[in-house]
Design a protein around this ligand. Structure first.
Ligand code: C5P
Length: 226
């Protein structure tokens, strides 16, 4: 099965407080986006397309391996993935990849095993697959006044990570369906689920957590320290 990887790296990283796009922030001396590309490759995805912010196109091209295809992303994650997906089709050797793995640049320490589990589920016939982890905290709903209004039974809840894997035609069709839709999606599995496709799960990994705030970066630095 020929899989192409898409790395969403066009976010601003405002919550991290860095003076550059989050994906260019260094971890262990290497930009986050380079770690994410390396995870995909180590897990078995050779061709990679990276969506980046337009003003930093040259900066990303300078740090990424020469064989990575760099495209300009959009104002939202959905728009960025849409742009990369279009380029992934053009980039691929005929007849095109049969699978697409979409990964966040903000998950630099994703173990290659997670990528391999996603690829294996696709090879076994899943059209969409996400890595998930259980929710370990008590989980509640809170009203505008800050008061808890409901408990949420956590046994069936899962936290969803990336890379998320898809049959390519299924993902392309699902993105075409939501074109121009007002709804904004925080991941790609939501896009295919909106098209009625069953999303399967494999085990995620705590190391694949997303770098969002400064503390996450400090923790990750400790993990990669020699
Ligand atoms: O904002 P959030 O942390 O959910 O972003 C997840 C991933 O989506 C990040 O790797 C970020 O760079 C990417 N993103 C993007 N284009 C945007 C916004 C976010 O590629 N417009």
């Amino acid at each position: 099965m020929h899989a192409v990887g898409i790395v969403a790296a066009a976010g601003s990283g405002l919550r991290l407080g860095a003076e550059m796009p989050k994906a260019l922030v260094l971890l262990g001396g290497r930009p986050l986006v380079c770690w994410a590309v390396e995870s995909l490759r180590a897990g078995g995805v050779a061709d990679v397309v990276v969506a980046v912010p337009a003003p930093q196109h040259a900066a990303f091209a300078a740090v990424l391996p020469a064989d990575v295809h760099v495209v300009v992303g959009g104002d939202t994650r959905t728009a960025s993935v849409r742009a990369a997906l279009a380029a992934a089709g053009e980039h691929a050797d005929a007849p095109g990849p049969s699978a697409v793995l979409v990964h966040d640049a903000a998950r630099p320490l994703t173990p290659p095993d997670v990528v391999a589990r996603v690829l294996a589920a696709l090879a076994a016939g899943a059209l969409a697959v996400v890595p998930v982890l259980p929710v370990v905290d008590t989980t509640v709903v809170v009203g505008d006044d800050g008061v808890v209004t409901a408990d949420v039974p956590r046994s069936t809840l899962r936290r969803v990570q990336t890379p998320q894997g898809f049959d390519r035609a299924t993902l392309v069709a699902a993105y075409a369906r939501v074109h121009g839709a007002a709804a904004e999606f925080t991941d790609d599995a939501s896009v295919v689920r909106a098209a009625g496709v069953a999303v399967h799960t494999v085990a995620g990994d705590e190391r694949a957590r997303k770098i969002t705030v400064a503390h996450d970066l400090l923790t990750a630095e400790r993990e990669v320290a020699p």
